[in-house]
Write a protein that binds this ligand. Structure first.
Ligand code: HEC
Ligand code: HEC
Length: 461
């Protein structure tokens, strides 16, 4: 049996001998109030920050090739950011992808050959957790709303070129003829009315206003228990789901305790929610309304209604607020995929031979379509990929215990080139990594040519 508490405490001691700014008992269900004054917690957090960031940078450097290597001529849907190419997960010395895929799970586990980058990815500061925003979002909100999303204890750990286009385009199911309606701006409380006036209904407009309204949560609030320098008005839904997509802001799952066992959550896109029947990687909430209401009741992603109440919880009114927020979310479309027909199949005249070969693998030898079925490329189910067949469970890395992921929601693959990093925790930097990942996990033994074709096909979705 693993001992999360002992492991967590000892690794924090390495960071700052004798002092811990955020005394979270790692095996508790409830989060206790801070025992030290805010100024002291902040001082210690700031003192530890460089070491925390450096430790995470070292981990990412061990796991990934983080270079800026765009695919020539392949842009995200807004046309402003290139898609990154190549598998970035690092292999053990002397290993090749084909050789790895030729070994069985037992051998990979016993010889510890599973690439580190395929394993669960810890939060930048697992013991504290919470919402972490990319610099671009922090800058937009600071300049347009004078609201501070910068934490004093941690920063975003991923380089900008491995995150989605910012700001991403917005496509509406109600106005396909308009294309991107964002005007190249990130929606905020200051500009949303001007950008959307005349395009959306009054109900949708009110939903949008609420989705842009900040409410207090775990790290951003007015109490002494916060991670932002000045008392904060809080965080808005679209601070993470920028323009209803994602900016790669991350968090820890609300659904697991103790703290060391919580997995990282990469913000997912809200595009195409209208055809999805389950929401959240673990919670399987059955409606957008449920998800919307629940987040605000529990301090967003902490699964903690007790702490939320202390910090100023917002209990949105189901018919008057939640329904309008949901209606707005439900008109967000996927980006156009001009090579797909109405059933989600490639149009032969528009696709290359390689893309068509990729589609055949997706539907056949690769078995992808068994879970990612066209036209939405999901099956509204959760699946257990049983990755722990390939590694020894219970090892602690940067205060996170690597446990089996268990069943996770199948994410849609429509518009997938727009939303790196991949998987629920963002452990895979590129689509090429996802091809290697599924080749191994599903035991496909695809040739390099087949993997390249599958990758080319994913870019058409
Ligand atoms: C800290 C960043 C952040 C904020 C703020 C945030 N979200 Fe999310 N959102 C996420 C993450 C991360 C997930 C993935 C959750 C999971 O996999 O369990 C998610 C998932 C969702 C989903 C489910 C998508 C699906 O189909 O699985 C919906 C709907 C959603 N968010 C709506 C909202 C609304 C509405 C708000 C405001 C009340 C909000 N989010 C605030 C990061 C955020
Ligand atoms: C058994 C069902 C199943 C099969 C078969 C399957 N997937 Fe998935 N796929 C999933 C699940 C579940 C997830 C989410 C896993 C996670 O986040 O931990 C996922 C996630 C993904 C993602 C990342 C999505 C995102 O938003 O981050 C990509 C890309 C992907 N799959 C591609 C493929 C490809 C390519 C194949 C075929 C080679 C494939 N999948 C086969 C179930 C499946």
């Amino acid at each position: 049996m693993f001992k999360p508490k002992a492991l967590l405490l000892c690794s924090i001691a390495v960071l700052a001998p004798g002092a811990q700014a955020d005394p979270l008992p790692p095996d508790a269900t409830y989060r206790p109030p801070p025992t030290q004054p805010f100024s002291e917690v902040k001082r210690m957090d700031e003192q530890q920050k460089a070491a925390v960031m450096q430790r995470q940078a070292a981990l990412l450097g061990e796991r990934y090739d983080l270079a800026d290597r765009p695919l020539p001529g392949v842009m995200m849907s807004g046309g402003r950011k290139p898609v990154q190419g190549g598998a970035r997960v690092k292999l053990a010395a002397g290993m090749s992808w084909d050789r790895l895929a030729s070994l069985g799970p037992e051998e990979i586990r016993e010889r510890d050959l599973l690439p580190q980058g395929f394993r669960p990815l810890p939060h930048v500061k697992q013991a504290t957790g919470g919402q972490v925003f990319p610099q671009r979002q922090i800058d937009v909100i600071a300049s347009l709303e004078q609201r501070d999303l910068r934490r004093f204890d941690v920063d975003m750990d991923l380089p900008d070129h491995l995150t989605p286009e910012f700001p991403p385009p917005i496509f509406l199911t109600t106005h396909p003829e308009l294309g991107d309606v964002s005007r190249g701006q990130a929606l905020t409380l200051r500009n949303f009315y001007e950008i959307m006036n005349g395009i959306i209904t009054p109900v949708q407009m009110e939903g949008l206003r609420l989705l842009l309204t900040p409410f207090p949560q775990e790290e951003f609030n007015q109490t002494e228990d916060r991670k932002v320098a000045a008392p904060s008005m809080g965080v808005a839904c679209l601070d993470c789901h920028t323009n209803f997509h994602t900016n790669a802001a991350f968090h820890l799952t609300p659904d697991v305790r103790p703290q060391s066992a919580r997995f990282r959550l990469d913000t997912n896109s809200l595009r195409g929610l209208f055809n999805q029947q389950i929401h959240g990687s673990k919670r399987s909430l059955r409606s957008v309304e449920d998800f919307t209401e629940f987040e605000q009741r529990t301090a967003y992603f902490n699964g903690d209604h007790v702490s939320a109440t202390r910090k100023g919880v917002h209990l949105p009114d189901r018919p008057n607020q939640v329904a309008m927020m949901a209606q707005m979310q439900n008109i967000i479309d996927f980006p156009p995929a001009p090579k797909l027909d109405v059933t989600g199949r490639l149009i032969p005249e528009k696709a290359s031979a390689q893309e068509l070969a990729g589609e055949r693998i997706f539907n056949g030898k690769g078995r992808c379509a068994e879970c990612h079925a066209a036209p939405d490329f999901l099956d509204n189910r959760m699946h257990d990929l049983k990755l722990e067949r390939f590694y020894k469970v219970g090892k602690t890395v940067n205060d996170q215990v690597a446990l089996p992921d268990g069943p996770i929601k199948t994410f849609t693959l429509r518009g997938i080139k727009d939303s790196p990093p991949y998987l629920h925790d963002g452990r895979l930097p590129t689509l090429a990594d996802t091809v290697e990942f599924f080749n191994l996990v599903l035991g496909l033994k695809l040739s390099q040519e087949e993997k390249d074709a599958l990758h080319a096909y994913l870019l058409t979705l």
